[in-house]
Design a protein around this ligand. Structure first.
Ligand SMILES: [Zn+2]
Length: 278
């Protein structure tokens, strides 16, 4: 199924009366709720999405834009060349995500409605450490060559964005893609990057690793039975970073693969095969 729009077109560069040329604005990827776009523009250009400043392009003009699960159906992306002051803009038609409802029963109650002072304090401390991992901002273009599958073989057992009903209770949506595979299956870095978090034994996630790929794009790997990297490590595409497990809130062995662009949660499956535009 091919949903959403594949974007490849470029905005033409138009000369203004003073002779400055508007910056190029090339985008690749799926304009769809939960989708990610990789763009190319002028080096260091300022990025504005729906009127909000969201950072600047890399030294070679590459950048990333993430579209929320609940993104509006139209999103305006504009770039401003800091040397000339000229801007280019595009309005994206964002396809709906088509999210499903996911019922999971038989979870231990402490995984759904945790209780007890000690456990709640532990969960809060873990949330703070995880927030630091997500907030990593390495200056790199490791995202530019695209993302490959983190497992060589799996069954997609839960899609991104589904409305979750756990033990009969409606919860926040599922912000990952669940890839079911036997315990111990090697997890491969889908793109190069810097490890920004690596811990075992977390209440919800079990073994959790995060990788920063640059421009605010961070991926995460949950429920691992074993972790093979440490915070601060640089990883290459295809490097084994850990192993599939069922630690934390899981009913069977699987990799919950997650991704964020700045504070937005994205569907990593929509980024597979997308490369920076030439
Ligand atoms: Zn999951």
């Amino acid at each position: 199924m091919l949903a959403g729009l594949a974007l490849a077109a470029a905005g033409p560069a138009v000369a203004d009366p003073r002779g400055a040329v508007a910056p190029v604005l090339h985008l690749a990827g799926q304009a769809r709720q939960g989708g990610t776009l990789i763009g190319r523009t002028a080096p260091g250009a300022r990025l504005i999405v729906d009127g909000a400043e969201v950072g600047e392009a890399s030294a070679s003009g590459l950048f990333v834009i993430g579209l929320d699960r609940d993104s509006p159906r139209e999103v305006r992306v504009s770039v401003t060349d800091v040397r000339t002051g000229r801007s280019s803009a595009r309005t994206l038609a964002v396809a709906p995500g088509g999210f499903d409802i996911q019922r999971i029963d038989g979870l231990p109650p402490q995984q759904v409605r945790p209780q007890g002072e000690a456990l709640l304090a532990r969960i809060a401390a873990e949330a703070e450490r995880k927030a630091r991992g997500w907030a990593s901002r390495v200056q790199t273009e490791d995202f530019a060559g695209g993302f490959s599958q983190p497992l060589s073989k799996y069954r997609l057992s839960g899609r991104f964005g589904g409305q979750r009903i756990l033990n009969g209770e409606p919860m926040t949506p599922h912000f990952g893609a669940d890839l079911a595979a036997p315990e111990g299956t090697p997890i491969l870095a889908p793109a190069p990057g810097r490890v920004s978090f690596a811990e075992t034994g977390l209440h919800y996630e079990g073994g959790l690793t995060m990788i920063d790929h640059g421009q605010g794009l961070v991926t995460a790997y949950l429920h691992q039975s074993r972790i093979r990297v440490r915070e601060g490590d640089s990883v290459t595409r295809g490097q084994v970073i850990g192993a599939v497990g069922r630690e934390g809130r899981a009913t069977g062995p699987h990799l919950c693969w997650r991704m964020k662009w700045r504070d937005r949660r994205l569907d990593p499956m929509l980024l597979l095969g997308v490369r920076a535009p030439a």
